[in-house]
Design a protein around this ligand. Structure first.
Ligand code: BYC
Length: 333
């Protein structure tokens, strides 16, 4: 039969050569990671490593931009000009984090349109925590203290993630998250030190509502975590879900004492033998309900993102038209 192919070996033979080549590449990839090396966008990587990274980085990016919504709810109602400026800056930072992360995901060969499609169609996940409502101003402080606190605990190890573009994005994100956590603690501290009894009660109420969902941010227990084992082997995750959760509980229990609030867990207690705090059982049924789309605000959050995307269509069209006009002018010059 007529063919222009250079390689006329039988199909099975070609497959064997390809898989031997792939095995050698995979061996080199594994050795690099075992030696503590990092992978760059143009390096060879197994398809599953690429897919895992696109999944995690895009979920992370979606969480950042969906995370702007519960805070945006209070942008017009911040109690002072100073707090309003801080809140606006924080919300803008979250938008920026989303953009660094979408850019990091794009280096893996997935387009931003595909990533947004997955979010808007409800296929892609984002952090469970953003499906809870922000009912009072104290919620904004508690999001900074607990939610950003949990985010830092989870994200500092990601600055050493084996995929270098993600690791580099995380360095800047963590610096900004650290400011977010401190501003949240400061806002609560002012309410607890100088506030009225009603304001103190508002802080306690917010802590009571956000504590358990914050612990869920770290993901399911290690025994039920689908991706942990492989992601740890590849150096995408450096510390397990349960270990990070424990570190967070230990750090936060002390901060709660300084603030003068009670964490809503009667079983929370320092365990001298373990050198850690023991804590009560997490309601994993609630976690899976929220992750499955049935939390208090899932529908509202997704609808707000889709609306923002649709309302922004004219801006994207205008930017594209402007870029086309500039290219035509440059070509004509
Ligand atoms: N919510 O095998 P596992 C922020 C899913 S942004 C929803 O342990 P993995 C901030 C998981 O995706 C915070 N889903 O997964 C922003 C998987 O489902 P799929 C976001 C969750 O990936 C603005 C399944 O459960 N941070 O802090 O090894 C303002 C099994 O889980 C959750 C990041 O994204 C959850 N909480 O570990 C303020 C950090 N947990 O994909 C603050 C980067 C798990 O198979 N991501 N699932 O359908 C990570 O570190 C890891 O992806 C996780 C989960 C630790 C979250």
């Amino acid at each position: 039969m007529y063919t222009q192919a250079m390689d006329t070996a039988p199909k099975e033979e070609r497959k064997a050569v390809r898989s031997a080549e792939e095995a050698a590449l995979e061996q080199r990839f594994d050795t690099k990671l075992d030696d503590g090396g990092f992978i760059e966008a143009k390096d060879w990587m197994p398809a599953h490593y690429r897919k895992t990274l696109v999944r995690q980085i895009s979920q992370h990016a979606h969480s950042e931009i969906v995370g702007m919504l519960p805070e945006g709810n209070w942008a017009t109602r911040a109690p002072t000009l100073k707090r309003k400026c801080i809140l606006l800056a924080k919300i803008q930072d979250e938008g920026g984090h989303g953009l660094y992360l979408y850019a990091a995901a794009e280096t893996l060969g997935t387009s931003r349109d595909e990533l947004f499609d997955a979010l808007h169609s409800g296929k892609a996940k984002y952090s469970s925590i953003f499906n809870y409502p922000t009912l009072s101003w104290a919620d904004i402080g508690v999001i900074g203290w607990l939610v950003d606190g949990a985010a830092i605990m989870n994200q500092v190890p990601l600055t050493r993630c084996s995929y270098a573009p993600y690791a580099r994005a995380m360095v800047r994100i963590c610096r900004e998250e650290s400011f977010h956590q401190r501003q949240g603690f400061d806002a609560l501290n002012v309410m607890m030190r100088e506030g009225t009894d009603a304001q103190k009660a508002m802080v306690q109420d917010a802590v009571d509502r956000w504590w358990w969902p914050s612990l869920m941010m770290f993901g399911p227990p290690d025994s039920e975590s689908t991706h942990s084992e492989q992601s740890m082997r590849w150096g995408i995750k450096r510390i397990s879900n349960d270990d990070l959760r424990q570190k967070f509980v230990d750090a936060t229990a002390q901060q709660a004492q300084v603030l003068g609030v009670t964490l809503p867990d009667p079983l929370l207690k320092w365990n001298e033998a373990r050198g850690h705090h023991d804590f009560g059982p997490i309601d994993w049924a609630e976690f899976w309900r929220v992750v499955g789309g049935h939390g208090p605000c899932n529908k509202e959050r997704l609808a707000a993102r889709v609306k923002a995307w649709d309302d922004g269509a004219w801006v994207r069209d205008a930017a594209l038209a402007h870029a086309r006009k500039q290219t035509t002018r440059q070509e004509a010059a």
